[in-house]
Design a protein around this ligand. Structure first.
Ligand SMILES: Nc1nc2c(ncn2[C@@H]2O[C@H](COP(=O)(O)OP(=O)(O)OP(=O)(O)O)[C@@H](O)[C@H]2O)c(=O)[nH]1
Ligand SMILES: [Mg+2]
Length: 337
């Protein structure tokens, strides 16, 4: 199951307390103070992992607790440090602290594999009485307490990281396109809203060149007010560098379809409108061969005249136009890095 939102609680380990102790050995009367320090508490650490792609394991508002430091002991022994606890997170996870008054503060944005962020630092250990001996007080009877830590509430929001975001009406052929360009196996069917959760695929352009494409559920007019699956999945293409509007060439009015999609994205986040994009006509194999060229030219002309945008025509079934599309996308991504 794909989960892109979770609330959890965390707590770093308390520092272990320092202790009061005096050296007591045969033949050594009045041994000096020898109470050791407490150990450091464990920290709560987030680590990015490319192999993780959901927040599923964090969905039960669980408390993630690092180990407390151990108290010091006599003979100047320092207590053991508490073990850290590591939260493995998918790349693209934003971490917010929820303050008591309900306000949120962003703590981190985990974007790199193996990137580590300390979310809560373990408490320092307290000092044992061996630290407090002075010439005038050679038998100090006090030690300090390890630092106590607080529980923190966090919000985890996953925004998938991809280079290209696929945008289209249901049934436009988004998942089919991802399946032929990458090794991903999204569900494909001839009914609307087949795709219910986002999926990423790696598109190999050459041996050393690739990019990541995100397929999300279809968007319909009114998505910004909750129609269809709403705009909840748009956040997964919010941080892609480019967009690909995929429009069935056989739709009643391809230009209107494109304009509707664009305005839905704009209504969700006006910044989406500033991203470089491509307009791609899909399923050209469905047009009878003798009409195909003329039809593509006609639609292309309408787009050119109204939006001064070039369109690309493809068929995920026959493979026409796919290589050219791949190179075009790759080039555009490089230009917008
Ligand atoms: N003939 C033809 N059919 C296609 C092509 N691409 C997709 N289809 C068909 O169109 C239907 C919808 O394809 P999907 O890839 O599931 O469409 P989608 O845009 O992901 O749809 P949602 O997930 O519902 O938003 C399926 O029956 C596909 O087999 C194409 O290039 N040519
Ligand atoms: Mg789909």
């Amino acid at each position: 199951m794909f989960i892109d939102y979770a609330k959890i609680r965390i707590r770093a380990g308390h520092g272990g307390d320092g202790v009061v102790s005096f050296r007591r050995e045969k033949f050594i009367p009045k041994g000096g103070p020898d109470g050791g320090d407490g150990g450091r508490g464990g920290s709560v650490i987030a680590v990015g992992d490319t192999n993780a792609n959901t927040l599923l394991s964090y969905r039960f508002n669980k408390l993630y607790k690092a180990e407390n430091g151990v108290c010091g002991a006599g003979s100047r022994k320092t207590g053991r440090s508490g073990a850290d606890i590591v939260l493995t997170l998918p790349l693209g996870t934003e971490i917010f602290e929820i303050k008591e008054d309900g306000s949120k503060v962003k703590l981190a944005d985990v974007t790199d594999h193996q990137e580590q962020v300390i979310l809560a630092k373990g408490g320092h250990g307290g000092k044992g009485n061996c630290n407090f001996a002075t010439p005038t007080n050679q038998a100090p009877r006090h030690a300090t307490q390890g630092r106590r830590t607080q529980e923190i509430e966090l919000e985890l929001v996953l925004k998938l990281m991809a280079d290209v975001g696929l945008v289209g009406f249901p049934n436009a052929g988004k998942s089919t396109l991802l399946s032929v360009l990458s090794a991903a196996h999204p569900k494909i069917a001839d009914y609307e809203f087949t795709t219910l959760e986002p999926m990423l695929g790696v598109v190999q352009v050459s041996e050393y060149q690739h990019f990541v494409m995100a397929d999300i559920p279809g968007i319909i007019e009114g998505a910004h007010i909750g129609k269809g699956l709403g705009h909840q999945f748009l956040r997964h293409i919010q941080r892609t560098s480019i967009l690909l509007y995929l429009i069935d060439i056989d739709s009643e009015d391809p230009l209107e379809a494109y304009q509707t999609l664009r305005s839905e994205l704009y209504l969700y986040d006006s910044f989406m409108d500033k991203k470089p994009f491509n307009i791609v006509l899909s399923k050209i194999d469905t047009i009878p061969e003798e009409e195909r060229e003329a039809r593509i030219a006609k639609v292309a002309r309408i787009f050119k005249e109204t939006t001064s945008q070039k369109v690309v025509a493809i068929s995920a079934v026959s493979g026409v136009g796919l290589d050219a599309l791949k190179f075009q996308l790759y080039k555009q991504i490089q230009e917008n890095l």
